[in-house]
Design a protein around this ligand. Structure first.
Ligand SMILES: [Zn+2]
Length: 137
């Protein structure tokens, strides 16, 4: 399946297959991992957030298991996401890493993202959002 992949930082749109890399310097992340639902054709993603995820992948040497990335509006409603969720804009990822405590992952995200990031700790995943980068101006 082909997707319309939108880089939310530049607005660039590309048609890519699900198994394509989003960015060539982030070799562990493919388009399908960022797809909202199995009916979605549009995928929004942030290269900045992707680079952070690749950094975590390299640092911990474990797979980043993405449980939610970009969400279309209807899907966000169905999972009781916030009305103005960062996931709607491709600016957040929920993920876990097997064998790494949530607390430790969350701290690693904060170290990478700094003051403007939004890190949420949940029982089974970490929410890593960077919409603050876009709102500070
Ligand atoms: Zn989230």
């Amino acid at each position: 399946m082909q997707y319309m992949v939108v880089n939310v930082e530049t607005g660039e749109t590309r048609r890519l297959l699900g198994n394509s890399l989003l960015e060539k310097d982030c070799p562990n992340f493919q388009v399908y991992e960022f797809v909202s639902t199995n009916k979605s054709e549009i995928v929004l993603y942030s290269p900045t957030l992707l680079k952070y995820l690749q950094h975590l992948r390299n640092e911990f040497k474990r797979a980043v298991v993405i449980t939610s990335a970009h969400r279309e509006i209807a899907f966000n409603e169905s999972v009781d996401g916030y009305e103005d969720s960062e996931h709607l804009y491709g600016l957040a990822v929920d993920f876990r890493m097997y064998g790494i405590e949530i607390e430790r992952l969350a701290n690693a995200c904060i170290n990478l993202g700094g003051y403007y990031c939004n890190v949420g700790k949940y029982s089974n995943w970490v929410h890593f959002g960077i919409s603050g980068y876009h709102r500070r101006a």
